[in-house]
Write a protein that binds this ligand. Sequence first.
Ligand code: ZN
Length: 218
Amino acid sequence: MKSVQFHLFGIETRVHPSFVGLLLYYAYQCAHFNQPLWVGVIGMLCLFMSVLIHELGHALMLRLFGSGPCIKITIHAIGGHVVRCAPCNERLSAAGKIAVAFAGPLAGFCFAIVAYILMISSKTDVLLLTATNLVIMNVVLSLSNLLPTIPLDGGRMMEALINGILGRTLVSIFLVTLISSTTAMGAFSLSWAFLDPVTTGMVGLIVLVNVMRIFLDI
Ligand SMILES: [Zn+2]
């Protein structure tokens, strides 16, 4: 199965086939709660749009900092990410890294405000559902991404801030690892207690990334 590719504001964007898995899970949840098909379809489109807006925020901020054609957006089963070449990454200052990481949640919050205005002025069920989905998804996606744990945006911001203040020293590496892994374990415990197995599995992947950072120095 091949990825779907297109360009958005001149940025190469790839939708990996695994993203279908996330959509199917959403469809399953809708069926589980006896929602009609059109509700599920609108929800899936909103989910895709919300992830895309988030990644577009990162990509456009990177472009503002001078990154060029090396920026690529990928949407996949656990959300999405933006890749850029190593020189573009190394050129970024601590403030630049924080701005790029924050741009994703910021784009989500801005889009949620637009969707909220649409929600309170909508006159049809379809428009109301679409706007409500977009508000909820963008707020949840943005807030959860701000958790100070790597590889989430909040974790990248925390890492850039600590490295910017202390430099890349043993103390800064220890602090980043401590904050990131403690947050990941806390989020996993809360997900285990209150959330569904798929979301808990995704948070489990964040724990795994943190464990690998400690033992494999990634
Ligand atoms: Zn992000």
